[in-house]
Design a protein around this ligand. Structure first.
Ligand code: IMP
Length: 423
């Protein structure tokens, strides 16, 4: 069986948690392949809101196995809190949550290093979630990291000590005011590792290989979004992993030829948290309304998200880089009541009009060129069939499909599982 992918196409927060939750009933295995607790996947059903950070969004479905792949970085302390939250729901998660031995661990000093690095950058700071993601991936590629499988070896605490000592020297080097009590942080960390070890650690690439051979259906769940990809995003204002389709191959050990559907998720408008360029950002009442109606606050940090019109230049780029086969448009309901809608279809770049994403998309380099479309007044949140959609919404969807050359198969009209319309 092939593997399907689900990816965010913008700067994250597109609503992947909800869609994975909606799709999971079709899959035997849900696998996270990159990122870590910088992600916040929100799921809403039965009137309750759930936020997951590292655990795949299929955990609430009875029959799916959930796998944290080798490409993910795990903070045992946050992971333990996530497990404790699940305890409330009486889920037998130990039977259906597996961890790759090759996933890297976020140490307490990685979090401190993240804070020190950001503090040292002043105005140029990335706007990191400060979860230690960057420093952990740096240790991974620097070949110094500690992996989940290491915790099964007798000498891992020595390896830990050596790395933590090195980190402390690095924190001092930054020469910024970071207060911490490492003893307390370490006590919490080692207790959380103990909890983590109660779960099943596996050689996940082998597990997935066998699962494919046995005909199991697999969904790879991405975190963040394509424009935060370490290679293809708005560098350096990006996260430290490959959030694009190729990341699923390296983050799970799935061969490229085994990828089947690539589900690309985008919001009907655009948001971004943290720093970095955002050509269609709005500072007027339209942007404020999107933020307010869309409840645009980070699920991990609570920070308000920056809002703007849909950027088709950037979205088309993401569709291309990922090879998206089906699109899913989220938060269509948020745009109800706008007297007009704008979609960025090109950029003015160095005096020319271009329709591809150039190397620099900062304000001084690109100005968005918009096409204006009529808005709709109807409340979409109670609709349950695409035949109920107002004409202006259908026109908006048709316009996007034509430009992106990929069908929009799902339109989400509210946060609940049930507010999901298939076309
Ligand atoms: P980091 O991954 O925590 O280092 O953050 C790097 C950048 O990615 C910052 O701009 C964050 O706000 C952004 N970021 C990281 N994770 C997410 C996410 O799940 N949603 C949206 N933005 C994110």
């Amino acid at each position: 069986m092939a593997v399907d992918l689900l990816l965010g196409l913008q700067w994250g927060d597109e609503g992947k948690g909800k869609i994975v939750d909606v799709l999971t009933k079709n899959y035997d295995i849900i696998a996270r392949f990159q990122g870590g607790p910088n992600a916040g996947h929100t799921l809403e059903f039965d009137g309750i809101k759930h936020v997951l950070h590292t655990i795949p969004s299929g955990i609430f479905h009875e029959n799916s196995i959930n796998l944290v792949g080798n490409g993910v970085v795990i903070d045992p302390v946050i992971f333990k809190k996530e497990l404790q939250n699940l305890d409330k729901f009486n889920l037998d998660y130990k039977k259906k949550l597996f961890i790759s031995r090759k996933a890297h661990l976020i140490l307490p000093t990685h979090r401190l290093l993240d804070a020190a690095s950001e503090a040292s950058k002043g105005k140029a700071k990335i706007g990191s979630t400060l979860k230690g993601i960057g420093p952990t991936y740096m240790d991974k590629t620097g070949r110094n990291g500690i992996r989940v499988g290491d915790t099964e070896l007798s000498d891992w605490k020595e390896k830990y000590r050596a790395l933590a000592n090195k980190h402390e020297a690095m924190i001092a080097f930054y020469n910024v005011d970071i207060q911490y009590n490492l003893k307390e942080l370490e006590a919490e960390f080692f207790s959380a590792v103990k909890t983590l070890k109660e779960l099943t650690f596996i050689d996940s690439e082998e597990y997935l290989h066998q699962a494919q051979k046995a005909g199991k259906t697999i969904l790879a769940e991405g975190a963040q979004g394509s424009l935060l990809d370490i290679d293809f995003g708005t560098y350096p204002y990006v996260t430290s992993s490959n959030t694009t389709a190729a990341g699923a191959c390296t983050g799970l050990g799935v061969a490229p030829g085994k990828i089947n559907e690539v589900f690309g998720i985008f919001k009907a408008y655009t948001t971004r948290v943290g720093s970095g360029p955002f050509p269609t950002e709005l500072f007027d009442d339209y942007g404020k309304t999107m933020g307010k109606v869309g409840n645009e606050f980070g699920a991990t940090t609570g920070r308000p998200r920056r809002c703007g019109w849909l950027d088709l230049v950037a979205l088309k780029y993401a569709v291309q880089v990922n090879g998206v086969t089906q699109l899913m448009m989220m938060k269509g309901d948020v745009l109800s009541g706008f007297d007009k809608l704008k979609v960025c279809t090109a950029y003015k770049y160095k005096g020319e009009t271009i329709t591809h994403l150039p190397y620099n998309i900062e304000e001084e380099n690109v100005q968005p060129i918009y096409t204006e479309l009529p808005g709709w007044k109807e409340d979409l949140t109670k609709m349950n069939n695409a035949s109920q959609f107002p004409k202006a919404l259908n026109d908006y969807i048709d316009f996007l499909e034509e430009a992106l050359e990929v069908p929009i198969k799902i339109v989400s009209v509210g946060p609940d599982r049930t507010q999901t319309i298939h076309r």
